[in-house]
Design a protein around this ligand. Sequence first.
Ligand code: COA
Length: 257
Amino acid sequence: MSWETVQLDWDGAVATLTVDRPDALNALNVPTLEAMGEALTEAADEGARALVLTGAGDDAFIAGADIAYMQDLETPKAQEWGELGHDVADALEAFPAPTIAAVNGYAFGGGCEMAMACDLRVASESALIGNTEIDLGIIPGWGGTQRLPELVGDETARRMIFLGERLDAESAAEAGLFGEVVADEDLEDTVTELAEQIAAKPAVAMRAAKQAINQRHEGPQAAGLTYEQRAFASLFGTPDQREGMTAFVENRDPEFE
Ligand code: COA
């Protein structure tokens, strides 16, 4: 299949899924999320032995969920929106082979969450990452409240989410969010080599290893994700959500209540 804002490319058994909306810094809207879901299904069906997730262009991995789209959402639509993001993040987490986020620039909000749903994260030294939703009057809604503490620990995650911190790549690596940081020009080669190494390992054992590790998420994370989804949706329509997102779209600083 082909999609307007998502590409799926193959190099042997390594699939690369590229979010391709560079004019919006690869922000995720409904068609893009739907395309990601379809591309992941296709990559799994075609037998990918490793999958790389990255963003088109030089500036962004994924600058987040599409704020212009979210600006006027009410709770019921926000619930569907949250579910769609969760479905894609869950599909990444459950993908039958290892997934690698090649974080080549901004990874904020939903971009940070898609990176965290991957098994491994390799970043370019100019990348910036964070769950920045608080400054829009909402909370992380695609898994960030559960996956960020898992990766960086409770205290650091609370600071990052409460303050909407945007960490540079080195700080993110120190916090545990990136496994490796490389020079911008080396990112593609580094990730390709890692993906090829993984793809050359025994596929059945690899899948079992990933599934066994993922079992750790089965109880509490599942309940936490359900709670997050409700809390996320309930914030749409509040004065702070309207102000936070309108301010972004109007390119000014928000004034919260
Ligand atoms: N949703 C929708 N559009 C977005 C976006 C998002 N999350 N992030 C960037 N864009 C769009 C901008 O509106 C702009 O569009 P325009 O050219 O039509 O005006 C374009 O991408 C370029 O962004 P701009 O802000 O002009 O680039 P910049 O280099 O000055 O700043 C960022 C880059 C990433 C720092 C800034 O865009 C930003 O803070 N984005 C929002 C990040 C965020 O809060 N994400 C969490 C959402 S859940």
